[in-house]
Design a protein around this ligand. Structure first.
Ligand code: 8YV
Length: 322
């Protein structure tokens, strides 16, 4: 570490163990009240910083990046996704961007299965009625979900999280197929069937899980045409990014019954989700909690700090995004 401790702008309140390490090794500008900073306030605070530790809640557009003071040389994001950062604009400014892969894989895959099961078993109306005191008598014909055994799960994006979802899903009796830019080697495929095109895979998928990045080219990847290619009664699970799904098309398919249900942890424009999702019985919704375990959030923070430590020691950063 250099003599003078680098100043790190930390845009959100982070877990205690992470802030402790920040205080030990840096001059952090913390956000103890977890205030939602405006763009102007972010830029003002960045004026005092050598590095920024940000979350997905802050949008670092090209216009913002261009206004950053020259002393900011690295942005470490507390997330694996980096769709909230204009990485190209950072590259132009010589600003390094790092993310937190690996450490949130298992937690996020757990929530994908939670969404899958919550949707397949209509967990929301069942729980709502129980809590509201409306469960008066067990019935052979209510809250009827769909079985998973001998069904096919299609995974869009067979990266670390996609493969962790596949591992879990096999134990529920699901057969796995996947669509990815590239076919995986057999040791990673683990018997999953590769589909070169998404359109070719969709008609086989009783359940579809989205585990790909929310890049501009994937915007509304799941639209009305592609939903129509899914078999009648299919289930959609999204724990990746809300921008992957055209909400109007999904809602229409959930209403018509073409889709049996959906399990969603992420939403376009979150936290301002399409209000219809709150009303539909056949959606199981969560407020973007994929990585929300204490262990995982600590690991994400430590991963950001490992990247900052390496950078300020003049070493290559472990997790550059480009
Ligand atoms: C984070 C995520 O909770 O890592 C990601 O890409 O979506 C979540 O794990 C969120 O983005 C916090 O920055």
């Amino acid at each position: 570490m250099p003599e003078k401790r680098p100043v790190v702008l930390v845009t959100r309140k982070l877990p205690e163990a992470v802030e402790e390490r920040l205080r030990r090794d840096y001059e952090p500008i913390l956000n103890p009240q977890d205030v939602a900073y405006s763009e102007d306030r972010l830029l003002e605070l960045a004026g005092h910083a050598d590095a920024i530790l940000t979350c997905g809640t802050e949008k670092w557009t090209a216009a913002m990046i261009e206004k950053l003071p020259g002393r900011v040389r690295i942005i470490a994001t507390f997330s694996v996704g980096y769709d909230h950062i204009d990485v190209e604009a950072c590259r132009r400014r010589g600003i390094i961007v790092t993310n937190t892969p690996d450490v949130l894989t298992e937690a996020t895959a757990d929530v994908a299965l939670l969404c899958l099961l919550g949707a397949a078993r209509l967990a929301w109306p069942a729980q709502r009625d129980l809590r509201a005191g409306l469960w008066k008598r067990w019935s052979p014909t209510t809250y009827l979900g769909r079985s998973l055994e001998n069904r096919v799960l299609g995974i869009v994006g067979m990266g670390r999280i996609g493969r962790a979802v596949a591992r879990r899903a096999r134990s529920f009796g699901l057969t796995i197929c996947y669509h990815n830019r590239r076919r995986l080697p057999p040791e990673l495929e683990q018997g999953a069937t590769y589909h070169e095109t998404l359109e070719g895979m969709l008609p086989h998928c009783h359940v579809l899980s989205l585990n790909c990045p929310g890049s501009p080219e994937n915007y509304h990847l799941i639209n009305a045409e592609r939903i129509a290619l899914l078999p009648e009664g299919a289930i959609l699970v999204n724990t990746a990014r809300g921008t992957l799904v055209d909400d109007a098309a999904l809602i229409a398919a959930l209403r018509s019954g073409h889709l049996f249900a959906a399990g969603l942890d992420v939403f376009e424009g979150e936290p301002d989700i399409d209000p219809v999702y709150r009303e539909l019985d056949n959606v199981y919704i969560l407020p973007h909690i994929g990585s929300a375990t204490l262990e995982t959030r600590n690991a994400m923070g430590f991963c950001c700090l490992d990247n900052l430590d390496a950078f300020f020691r003049g070493e290559p950063v472990p997790n550059p995004v480009t």
